[in-house]
Structure formats: structure tokens, C-alpha cells
Design a protein around this ligand. Sequence first.
Ligand code: GAL
Length: 662
Amino acid sequence: MKLGVCYYPEHWPREWWGDDARRMAEMGISHVRIAEFCWSRIEATPLQFTWEWLDEAVAVLAAAGLKIIMCTPTATPPKWLVDRSPEILAIGADGRSRGFGSRRHYDFSSDLYLDESRRIATLFAQRYGHHPAVVAWQTDNEYGCHDTVVSYSENALRRFKLWLRQRYSSVEALNTAWGTVFWSAEYRSFDEVALPIATVTEANPAQRLDFQRFSSDEVVRFNRMQCEAIRANSPGRDVTHNFMGFFTEFDHHEVAKDLDFSSWDSYPLGFTQMFFLTPEEKKRYVYVGHPDIPAFHHDLYRGTIPGGRWGVMEQQPGPVNWATWNPAPLDGMVRLWTWQAFAHGAELVSYFRWRQAPFAQEQMHAGLNRPDRSLDQGGVEAGQVGQELKALAARVECMPVPRARVALVFDYQSIWMANIQPQGHDYNALELSFRVYSALRCLGLDVDIVPPSRDLSGYSMVVLPAQLREDSALAVQLASIKARVVFAPRSGAKSVDLAIPGQLPPGVFAGLAGVRVLRVSSLPPGVGVSARTANGVVLQVSRWREDLECGDEFVDARFENGAPAVVKYGRARYVAGWLDHDGWVAILEEAAFDAGLEPQRLSDGLRVSRRGEYVFATNFSPNTVAWAPADVAECWLGGDVLEPLSVSIWKVLPSLTALARK
Ligand code: GAL
């Protein structure tokens, strides 16, 4: 459990570097991420390099005992490169080139930019790859940030055609897969295919899906190139990339295959304001953020690496500048977010950024320090965690993150399918995944968020909130394991080509789920329907509802008209509507009991995580909460009474299960 910080020596006078490094080390920070936007300072003119300042910065940080996460600077191609080769610019959906002057203006499909990126990444890796203080690398910065995965360029079109040729071999196969006989859209050759843009109305959905798959593969290709350049010149160092929150434009599981550990950038207050939360939730969580937003991503990105190595590369330190509103977090939140990440298994929490920049785009974004070099609240709290870690480090060598007993399956291709065909304005597969996850966490359950291809044996419960895509291998796996399985609506609703499965949804999952979906309805806001379970629990359904065919004896909950709302068939449950929070809690609680788990409804704002013999409790609520595991061996931090925004850590007796005692 290490602390880090993002540092931009190029933003500050050299006379400050030594003092900055000393203070970082004093605070308990051990890792510093540098250089991700510094291309213009290294190569101001083509092939004329100024390494000396970065050499010195590395030396100063290393002299203070700090370890360095070096970045490749490819998120910001410099002006001379853009002017010399404007074809490296991505083309937006409006058909115009992305302008110079911010960042991420490049096109993943530009071979020329790939070559330039390989060149600069190689030079960085050759120069710093063997430096003893350089322990890890970050490729680029936040692939896809500012909506930059997809490009509608000539380069993208050329490479998309190649990609299609490889996927389909014959244009007839493509025509069949896309169903181009519809609206006379048949192609005579791959050359005739265009990008799915500027059509009069909706472009062909299978074509859009393939374009998304292709665009995702372009990110994989770009990242792989950088990983290879780094590995060839910097042996033994970890390579990572910093992913984003609520971002699904490329398949992170595929990108992560080339990484040693995953990392992501956690801005809980910004995400709370910017994403799908209700106005009430945005208000309620304005100063603390929704507690499950960081947790969801911690578990998602932990799951992108089979060994589970991950960290937070950028942690919100105070108010940010980019959300619709940018409130300051309550005092205590920076510490709480840090401990929450460790509770989910982070090996690093790195704050963005050391000092607030008084100039340029992000001057309103806090750092651990203010622009005048004084310590800001985030810095005070980072220092506190530093002290706490020091105290713990003396006693703990390793806190492994064992497998959870609950797996939540997350499939990027299914998310794309739902985005292409939402059918109802507010059917949002990412949101549903988050809501289901949140319900599991409110039941005190630890969750692994895994790709559909992950080995699921050993899990007690597997939840599929948004597995729209038929996946035969997954269906076979689910049939062969012993876990309880919970299917949300739209499971198996689409073939791999984004068509309706021949035997109707849930397609390949029908054998396990014991249902057929005959009809679906999306419901506008304010229109809902209720259902009642066999145990008398009333479920509220909004947004989405399905008409199921199934054996009557398997119906576990019925809509008001008697139609099945939840079907319990063997080990599986199929839920035929979009439930609210309480509904998911009720259904998942029953499933968890059936699975032999011990769900417990936690009080509002309390979250509990287990790392082997260690139990963490975090209190996000404004109230004091009394909670402790049963079978405590030792309390390491905090205690049984959790003040608002506080954390407690216990070591529990190894052989016994932790049960709540109120
Ligand atoms: C991240 C990005 C950083 C910085 C930060 C501000 O998305 O990686 O460079 O812009 O946001 O919150």
C-alpha cells in the first residue's frame, strides 16, 4: 500500500524541485508520476532534444528516495508535428479535424502517428529505462479522454476496411452479418463500405458495432506498440495505463492484456455530478461522492488483470475544474477515498497533483498544495494517511486480495450493443451494472467484476447485469459451475452480430435461465409497474419490462397482471424488469442466501471490504455508525464506533467468517 503523486517539474522553477521532493518523502509519498505531457519541452523542434531538465528532475526525485513512474508523452503531440503532418489529427463526428491547443488530438489509426509515438516512447525508454529510480511506466494518458477513441478519418476508413476483410473474409459474409438486405444496403466489395456516419437516420447497428470493435482494437494496437517499445528498453519494469471512470469506449480487458497492472483516475465528486445519478443523489452526495463510484471502478479495474494488480494513478485531491459543478470535498474525504482504495486492494494511490497550477486550463483544479506552495487540505490528509501507513507497515507485510465469492460479469461489447440500441432513452447498461453492484455492496458483499471469459469456478454467486451479447463459452461455463446465477433483463438479447437470437432472448442462456422473452417494453419516466415476490416483497419496475414465457411453477415474483417478473429456475434467477435499488437489494439478498453467503444490510453510507484476514469499514455517511466484524483478533485503525467519514481496520481470526455485530 503505497502513496504517490503526479508531478510536473516543467511547470515549476528548478529551485523548488528539491524542496518539493523532500516534502513528498516526508509526507510518506514514495512514488512520483512524471512527464506525460512534456513532449514540447523534450523535443521543441524535430530531432532537437533537451533532456537535461528531465534528467535533473529524475535525479532530484531519486535523491530524495522517491520512485518514479515515467510516462510516454504521446497524449500531446507538439505543434510542429501537427503542422508538419496534419493527417495525424483525428476527425470528429462533425467531419472536422480535431484542433491543436488542448490534448488527445491524435488519430489512433494514423500509422504516421504510431511511428512518431514509437520513436518518442523508445527514446524515453532508452534514456530512463535502466534508471534505478524508474520502477514503472505509464503509456500515454487516459486513452479516449474527451471523446477521442473514434475517428472518422481517411486513415480510419482505410484500416476499418482491412479489419472487416480479416473478420469476414468475404463480402457476402459481411452482408449476412450486418443484414444489409434491409433498406438495400448490400455491398459488392469491402471497398464500398463507408464509416457509419452522416447517414440520414440510424446507420446499420451491426456496422456501428463493428466500427466500435475496430476503434477499440486500434487503441489496443497503439498501446501494445508502446508496451513493446518500453519493454524492449526497460526490462523488469511494470507497465500500466491510467483508465478513466464510467468510460467504456474501448475494451479495457483487451488493453489490459498488455499491462502488468491496471490503474485508473478517481474523481468521485466530478463523476457524481457528471453521470447518470438522479438530482437527489447528486445533491445528497455532493461533498462526498457516491460511495460506490470509486469502489465499482476499483473492482472493475482490479478484474482487468488476472492477478488483480491495480492502483489509483490520479486521486481527486480537492475540487476539480471539469465537472458541471465543482464542490470542494468535505474534510476527511481525501483520506477516506485513499483508504477505500486500499480496502479494495490498491497497491498504489497517487494524488493528482502535487501543486495546483496557477496558469492554463486546469488552474481551478486543486492539488495537494496551493499555487503559493502552502499545503492544502488534500495534502494534510495525504500526510495523515502516510503516517498511518507507516504505523501499519511495521506490522503488516502483505494484505492479499483473495477472490471474492460474488462475481459480476462486465462485457464491453454488451455495453456497446446497448448504447447502439438502447430501445428506451434511459436504458443504460453501464448504469444498470453500477446499480446492481451498488446493491451488492449495500449487502456487505465483496465483488469481483470480471470479463465474461474469466474462470468462474469457485464463485458462489454470478451476477449478469448487462450481458446482452450471446456468449456460448460463457453459457457453457455457467452451466458447468455450481454458483447461483442472476440474469438481469436483456441477458442474451443479441447475437454477436447484434441481431435477435434465433430462439429469442435470452438466446444461449435460455437453458440455464428457463425463460423465453416474447416481448419487451421500455417505459418513459414516471411510468412504472409493481411486482410482488412469493415472500411478499413489493418490487418497483421502471424503464424496462419484459414478457416472459416460462413454467408457471418457476415464477417467483409476478407483475400486477400476474405475468412473471422474476423466475427462479434451478440455480438461476431471471429478472424481467429494471428494478430500483430496494428491488435489487431484495432479489440479490435472496440469491445470496441461497448461495450460502451471509449478506447483511449495512446502514446507510457504511461499506465493508475484506482483504483476507483484514476487514475494512468505511463510513461515508454524516452519522456515527457502530459496526465491527465478529471474531476480531486485533483492531488496527479506528474502532467499533465509526465517526462520519472515517475508516476502521481489523485483523480477524483466520478461520471464522466475519459477521456483523451492531
Ligand atoms: C485527468 C487527466 C489529468 C487531469 C485530471 C484533472 O482526466 O488524466 O491530466 O486533466 O483529469 O482532473
